[in-house]
Design a protein around this ligand. Sequence first.
Ligand code: FPP
Length: 269
Amino acid sequence: MKNNDLLKPASREEAELLEKLDPKRMPNHLAVIMDGNGRWAEKRHLPRVAGHRAGVKAAREVIETCARLNLPCLTLYAFSLENWRRPQAEVDFLMRLLREYLKRELPTINKNNIRLLVIGRSAQLPEAVGRDIADAMRQTARNTGMKLVVALNYGGRAELADAFNAMLDHVRANGLSAFRADEQTISDHLYTAGLPDPDLLIRTSGEMRVSNFLLWQIAYAEIYVTEALWPDFSRVRLLEALVDFQKRERRYGGLGALRAEHDARSRRG
Ligand code: FPP
């Protein structure tokens, strides 16, 4: 299957990028730090929330493109544990925006056979948000296409702490005095248990930070930072990142030949 059969290019630039992409070497899991909504709005003398609205549009385009390109998994960093420190009105707006997105987009998500998953401390989210998320996850649970993972009230260190505590609970509950955890045990207790590790991490707006995102899981991820602000991260920008990813030789601290073995392993999840 060629890319052009999966995705109809809307411009010559898109067509040229699609031509360069090898459908057999797509990332198994793309993780994205969507940054720069506020700056996008500021540049236009608009309120920050207008940047978030534009950010949702960009997210929709990226989600649809990844699904059409048959990526197995896409994770979007939508709200961090630190984001509660923003002005209350902005936090409320972001929560409303998320609920609005879920309500409006659920039919399209289902049509595209996408399964929605949410990672983070969702029990601490406002009740209505938690309810809508649970509903959306239930309504997409049988979809077999791309997994869309939304990180909400998420922090990488908090995720590790939660995993360690889950393991301790297991040890105590079963009186396992000889219990030892290996890397797989830890992976199996993360919010992302069962998902492949991200092999590509994209961050927009030029910041060279991982901001407490999927700290364990990105151990071997390729990192792609673009100056584009998130609302400007169009389909063309995404295709550029994927083409760049395919140009890199992934070595996992060893030899290139290890790549096939590692890719096969993470494909199995
Ligand atoms: C960063 O911009 C973006 C966020 C805080 C996340 C919000 C994301 C969206 C609204 C996109 C929609 C996502 C989904 C899943 C529908 P910023 O405010 O940190 O920008 P700044 O650094 O320029 O201030």
